[in-house]
Write a protein that binds this ligand. Sequence first.
Ligand code: SF4
Length: 454
Amino acid sequence: MNDTIDFKEKLTNFYRYPSICLFQDGIKKDTQAEYMSFLDKPRIKTDRQQMVYIHIPFCSYLCNYCPFYKVPERSHTAMIEPFVKALVKEIEMYAERGFFKGVKITNINWGGGTPMLLGTEHIITILDALYKNLDCSEVGVVSIEGDAFSLQDKDKLKALKAHGVTRTSMGIQTFNERLRKKLGVLPDVTDVYKSVKAIERADFGEWGCDILYNCPDQNVTEIRYNVDRIAELSPWVIDAYDLNISPNTKLQKMVDAGKFNTIPNNISEINMFQALMEGFEGHGYPQTRSVNWNNPEHMPHENGILNVFNSDLISFGPSGRTFLYSTGKNYRNHTNLEKYIEDINNGLFPLEAGNDVTQTQLEERDIMLVPYFLERKKTDINYSRFKEKIDIMAHNDYMYTTDDSVGITEKGKMWAGNIQYFFHSDDEMGRMAKSMFKSIQEKKNLFNQDLMNV
Ligand code: SF4
C-alpha cells in the first residue's frame, strides 16, 4: 500500500453527521406536519438509548468566541417566563403523540446558554414537565451546565439535587485572568474556586468542566498551568475544546484590530493539544474520548452524557438538535427565541431545518464516531464498506484494527478530526462547503446559523 498521508493542519473534531444547513434543509411550515408524522408511531425497538437535551438560551454575558445560540439575559428577562411556558408546551406536544409510548429516557442533559442562570423554580417546572410527560423512571444522568457565577449558589444546587439532578459542569475555559477578560468571560478565577466549593458543599458529586486551548495569546506554558490547576480541583471529567476564530465574530474583529499579541497557528495548536494529552495523563486522567479526560475513579457511565452522539436524542428549546437513528430524523429548532415561542404558541413544532438520513449516511456517521470514541466494535460499523480507508489509516499509523474492534492509535489521537473528515462522503463535503459559503455570505453563524450575537 503506497498511500502515504501526513496530516499537517489539525482539524476540529466533528460530533454531528450529516450536517443540517438552513440554506439546504429549511423546513417550511406547510411541510412540517408530514416531516413530524414519525411521532405518530411508537419508537422502533432498538438497543440505542433515548436521551433528551434541553437548550436554555440565556447568558448573563456573551463570550466573544462562543458559537452556541444564546441571548443576553439582561435584555431578555421578560422573555424567561414565556420561554419556560413554551418549553413545557413543547415537551407536552411530543408526549401526546405515540412515539414515546413505552420509551424509557436514560439521560437528560441541559445545555445552552447558561441553564443554571434560570431560577430554581423554573428549572424544577421544566424537570417536572419531563418527569410527568415522559418515562423517566430509569434516567441515570440529569446534567446541567453553568458558569462560574451561576454555580456559586449551594442552596440552589442542593434543591436541584433533591429534584433528581445528578451532575453539573462548569465552563472554566482558562485560569489566565488577562485572557479571560479578552475572551469576554466575566467571572474571574476566584469565582471558579467559589463555584467548586459550592458544588462540594452541596455534596453534588459528579461534576465536569470545559477548558479552551488554541486561543490567541495562549501558549504551552499556560496550558500546562491550566491542566495543573484543574487536576487540583479533581473534576470527574474534563472537556477540552479548540477555539476557532469564526468569521464575523467579535473575536475575529479583535484579532483584526491587533488586540492580541499572538495568534495560534498549526504548530502552536498541535503543541497545546500535546501538552493537554501529556498533562492530563500525567495527573492520572486517562483520555476517554477524543476531547475528554476522566477521573479514573469516575469513568464514563454507560448512559452518560459522553455517549450522546451514539444514542437517539430529542432536543427541546431554541437551536436544539434532534438525531434519531431509529427513524433517520435529523433536525433542529429555530435559532431565534421569538420564533421558537411563537411557533409553539401557534401549536406548531418550532422547526427550522432538517433532513432524512439514509442508511448510507448512518453508516458514515458510525465510522465517523470511531475517532470520537477512540475505539468501536467492528459490529458497530459497516467494516467491509470502510475497510479500504481504514487500511490506509492503519498503514499510516493513525488507526488500528483487532479481531473485533477498530480504533485510533496514540498518533491518531492528535488527528481525530482529520481522521473523521477522511471518512466524510464527497456529498457531505460538498454540502458543508456550500453551507459555509452561504453562512459567511449571509453573516450567519456556521455552527447554528443564527444571527451571530457575539
Ligand atoms: S461560552 Fe459564554 S456566551 Fe457561550 S454559552 Fe457559555 S457563558 Fe454563554
